[in-house]
Design a protein around this ligand. Structure first.
Ligand code: PLP
Length: 395
């Protein structure tokens, strides 16, 4: 069998990630590959570190992209900071908290779970109760922006509580970075990881991470070697570390790093505050449209992510058929519900480059048309007008 070149369809990506990639980033990806120890490349790596420090709002020296997707950034944090026999408090209010639990247990430690309903933020009171009940815990982990439900937790408060009880913190900022404020130094986060393909609007496959001094000290003082050779930061530092001799550790994904560099330059050009405001702004219009249709956002106001909108599926509507029609007729991707929310919600992403007025109006118009054609019980024909009115009223 012979195959031809693969040409993907051109989609509008408004799911939980990957999000639409700026053409500037795709162009950067196609620049000539050079050696990963080439002085020109090493110079670019140094810029990536500085740009990531800006994105994370940190001066942490160890701020760099892991050469693998967000899940590998998660694993990098856990395998380096957790030792066998440790007790780790994991807050779970969606899918990704469950994945943290897996990481803790596979590292030979015990996970103490703090459970909150899916669609709600992590309750600081429950974390405090768990910290009091488990004074021997050494680490607290939580998801800042739960992409599976659209809930935003109060990272600053949760980190403060952890520190009051002598715990370090691991924060999942895969979906939050670039979409809502993430302030690593101000909030004193010890270890944090993100992903390239959500609000940074880069191609998938890289995971920016950052580690503060207390986390590094714990890593240096480990009594058990890190069980992952690839993710052992003691080794990775020889390649990415400051003043490192750039010794060969693994072959960096050279072109993917050009892409991340470009995505971060774009973010710097816009400015973090403006990027956060843009996500909030278009979320306002999307919300107006969704509610005018008679659908609901399942996360209570005040705990909602602007970049990931969990919308209730109307009674009697077949989830997959709607998403299928949006994809085939409109080249539009929105996300399905995960886990206990499967079949109950759609997840409409407004991430990074995809977060703009054209997409908001396009998505509302398409959803309205598809649902109306299926005979769904919605207020047909109102969504786009409501969003346009919202834009009109909010400049
Ligand atoms: C997407 C996501 C991940 C996993 O990232 P991958 O790049 O898919 O490995 C982890 N946590 C959260 C909150 C996410 O949204």
């Amino acid at each position: 069998m012979s195959s031809n070149s693969f040409h993907p369809p051109v989609r509008t990506l408004m799911g939980p990630g990957p999000s639409d990639v700026n053409p500037r980033v795709l162009e950067a990806l196609s620049r000539p590959t050079i050696g990963h120890l080439d002085p020109a490349f090493v110079g670019m790596m140094d810029e990536v570190k500085v740009l990531l420090q800006y994105a994370f709002q940190t001066r942490n020296e160890l701020t760099m992209p892991v050469s693998a997707p967000g899940s590998a950034g998660m694993e990098t944090c856990f395998v380096n900071l957790v030792q066998p026999g440790d007790k780790v408090i994991v807050c779970r209010n969606g899918v990704f908290g469950g994945r943290m639990k897996e990481n803790v247990e596979r590292a030979g430690a015990t996970a103490i779970m703090v459970e909150d309903p899916w669609g709600r933020a992590v309750d600081p009171q429950k974390l405090e109760d768990a910290l009091k009940a488990h004074p021997d815990a050494s680490l607290v982990a939580f998801v800042h922006a739960e992409t599976s439900t659209g809930a935003l937790s109060d990272a600053e408060t949760l980190v403060k509580l952890a520190h009051e009880h002598g715990c370090l913190t691991i924060v999942d900022a895969v979906t939050s970075l670039g979409g809502v404020p993430v302030k690593v130094d101000e909030w004193e986060i010890d270890a944090i990881y993100s992903g390239s393909q959500k609000c940074l609007s880069c191609v998938p496959g890289l995971s920016p991470v950052s580690f503060g001094e207390a986390a590094l000290e714990r890593i240096r003082n480990r009594t058990h070697p890190v069980q992952s050779w690839f993710m052992d930061l003691n080794l990775v530092m020889g390649y990415w570390g400051s003043g490192a001799k750039r010794a060969y550790h693994h072959t960096a994904p050279v072109n993917a790093l050009y892409a991340l560099h470009e995505a971060l330059v774009i973010l710097q050009e816009e400015g973090m505050e403006k990027a956060w405001a843009r996500h909030m702004y278009h979320h306002g219009a999307l919300r107006a449209g969704v509610e005018a249709m008679g659908l609901e956002l399942i996360v209570p106001e005040g705990e909602r992510l602007p970049q990931l909108n969990a919308v209730s599926i109307p009674e009697g509507v077949e989830d997959a058929a709607v998403r299928g029609a949006l994809l085939s007729e409109y080249n539009l991707e929105i996300g399905a519900g995960l886990g206990e929310l499967a079949g109950k919600i759609w997840r409409i992403g407004l991430m990074g480059f995809a977060c703009n007025r054209t997409n908001v109006l396009y998505c509302l118009g398409a959803l309205d048309a598809v649902l109306t054609a299926m005979g769904a019980k919605i207020d047909s024909g109102r969504a786009v007008a409501a969003a346009r009115a919202w834009y009109g009223a909010n400049g």
